[in-house]
Write a protein that binds this ligand. Structure first.
Ligand code: ZN
Ligand code: ZN
Length: 200
């Protein structure tokens, strides 16, 4: 299981001289500052911003899985009496990849209209008909509307036997969710492809 961090929070506040200052979650050397370390500061704005390539590299030097991905910046304008907090939450996402048992290559099969084929050695699952004894070419192996794979040569529908040479392997990826909560107002969860807002 792997987990990545693609966003950081940045507190923006006005200091006693009226100058706008920033407190980022990750310092330029890649180390983390904790939200409660600067709890006494009242941000006027909170940003949830993607991580730069330089910062991601510095974070990785400290074994923090920062990744630079081009993502939008979320900006929260706050009132002086807002009680705000930002924290991480995790969500599990699953995907899969194929593994070729002939040459030990792993890859992602993205075109679901075609049967998987090893990009290294060209291996595919082998289909045979036990009724007519033929080995069927993969391009002629078609799943019907009922999800069955029948012999294209036999007139009476007859299911093909599949010899698996490619294994489908389930991957588990742990995604980091970014939560911003303004007490008694709302809670926002930011993910790579979606944003959920819950009013409190
Ligand atoms: Zn192969
Ligand atoms: Zn047949």
């Amino acid at each position: 299981m792997s987990s990545i961090i693609e966003y950081q929070w940045i507190k923006v506040y006005i200091d006693q001289d009226g100058i706008e200052k920033f407190i980022p979650q990750f310092r330029s050397d890649g180390t983390q500052q904790f939200w409660h370390d600067t709890a006494e500061i009242h941000p006027t704005k909170l940003l949830i911003a993607p991580i730069s390539i330089e910062l991601a590299n510095r974070m990785q030097e400290h074994k923090i899985p920062g990744v630079a991905i081009p993502l939008p910046v979320y900006s929260f304008l706050l009132k002086s009496d807002d009680i705000v907090s930002a924290y991480w939450d995790n969500a599990i996402e699953t995907s899969s990849h194929y593994f070729c048992t002939t040459c030990n290559t792993s890859w992602k099969h993205l075109d679901s209209t075609k049967w998987a084929k090893c990009p290294q050695c060209g291996e595919m699952d082998a289909w045979t008909c036990l009724r007519c004894g033929r080995t069927i070419e993969n391009t002629k192996v078609i799943r019907n509307q009922r999800g069955e794979v029948n012999c294209p040569h036999c007139e009476i529908p007859y299911g093909l036997t599949r010899e698996r040479r490619l294994e489908r392997i389930q991957d588990i990826i742990e995604n980091t969710d970014y939560v911003v909560e303004v007490a008694n107002k709302f809670k926002i969860t930011i993910r790579q492809n979606s944003v959920d807002v819950i009013s409190l």
